[in-house]
Design a protein around this ligand. Structure first.
Ligand code: TXA
Ligand code: MG
Length: 338
């Protein structure tokens, strides 16, 4: 199933590290893909309703799914929020700039289209030096969802962004490969100010609890409880099944030449090597996160019948990786017809 590119217009998409040009385009209300330490984002001026709407159109993303506002520091959040809970301030101080997003009570200054008029507004201080310099240059914050078509695999290189948006946006700001590799941990705060994790990431529940004392996990997958955390997110075009290592068998009726394999640290013996990706030969979960989407993009591009993925150890960052793989596998069945 090819990506639906009917909505694209035919502009030349420049891949360049020219920050001044990126700033100029954003000031004109255009969209620019930007590097962050987690994944590439599709950025627009957060104060410009028309530009923000354009993100939803180009990304084919439903309007109910709110966007993250990217800023240079905590003081740049204050004009847009009613207050910052103590636990949020502590987490921002502990982990920002870095892969954490906090949900704060918005004050209505930013247009409703950013967060679909919800009370909470998401903020993040990205750690990538290129995007940090870009934000310093701009008089407004940037909204930036991951730079992929809705529900598909997220981008960690300029080439991944190009695969989705070539001809649809004027520029991809090149900041190299993303070092963290999966999206930020999203943390909200309940009425008692206790942090609630809405999306798992490389900043783990234990790390958060070490700062705030307490942390809750939101395990709902409905759009109402956690907008955007749909069960079928992050999906490659190829059907993906997620298995424990001991259960990674070639399904009956499927030719081994039609199976791509995503392994944690060791290849499978019975599948040709070029059909496999290893996430971390040293069994490092941080390295596995960094390589996850690149490996999925490559295996998907092989156009085989199935991606057989190994479930990682369900601890620390492994939980966030398993969460992405689980969503990538949702709703899939294995077609065993030749
Ligand atoms: O690492 C990241 O967070 C990347 C980079 C580009 O910054 N961005 C990213 O954005 O992953 P996106 O739009 O693909 O995912 C944002 C997530 C969604 O699950 C969305 O529903 C949630 O954050 N979110 C945003 N605003 C929210 C809000 N006000 N309330 C609840 N969830 C919110
Ligand atoms: Mg996304």
């Amino acid at each position: 199933m090819p990506l639906n590119k009917r909505h694209l217009c035919n502009m030349n998409t420049l891949v360049s590290s020219d920050i001044v040009m990126a700033a100029r385009l954003l000031q004109q209300g255009q969209l620019v893909a930007i590097p962050t330490e987690t994944v590439y984002g599709l950025a627009a001026n957060a104060t410009d309703t028309r530009a923000v709407k354009e993100i939803f159109r180009v990304k084919q993303r439903p309007a109910y799914n709110p966007l993250i506002v990217h800023v240079t520091g905590i003081d740049a959040m204050r004009p847009y929020v009613r207050y910052i809970p103590d636990a949020a301030e502590a987490l921002i101080k502990a982990f920002s700039p870095g892969p954490i997003t906090v949900l704060l009570p918005g004050n209505g200054v930013l247009p409703d289209v950013v967060n679909n008029g919800m009370p909470a507004l998401a903020f993040r201080i990205p750690a990538h030096p290129v995007t940090h310099a870009l934000l310093e240059m701009l008089p407004f914050p940037l909204v930036a969802p991951s730079a992929n078509i809705f529900t598909t695999v997220s981008p960690t290189t300029p080439e991944h962004v190009k695969k989705n948006f070539d001809g649809a946006i004027p520029m991809i700001l090149d900041g190299g490969d993303c070092g963290v590799g999966i999206e930020s941990t999203v943390v909200g705060f309940n009425d008692n100010g206790i942090p609630v994790i809405y999306r798992k990431g490389t900043i783990t529940a234990d790390q958060i609890a070490a700062i705030t004392g307490e942390v809750l996990e939101n395990n709902h997958t409905t759009t109402l409880a956690a907008p955007g955390m749909l069960p079928n997110h992050y999906a490659p075009v190829t059907s993906l099944v997620l298995k424990n290592r001991s259960e990674m068998n070639i399904p009956e009726g499927v030719d081994v030449k039609q199976v791509a394999v995503l392994c944690f640290s060791k290849l499978l013996d019975n599948v040709p090597q070029h059909q496999q990706e290893i996430l971390s030969p040293d069994a490092s979960l941080a390295e596995a996160a960094r390589n996850l989407y690149k490996a999925l993009h490559r295996l998907d591009e092989m156009g085989l019948k199935l991606i057989l993925a190994e479930r990682l150890p369900d601890t620390g960052i492994g939980k966030a990786i398993n969460d992405r793989l689980q969503r990538a596998s949702a709703g899939r069945h294995i077609d065993t017809q030749p």
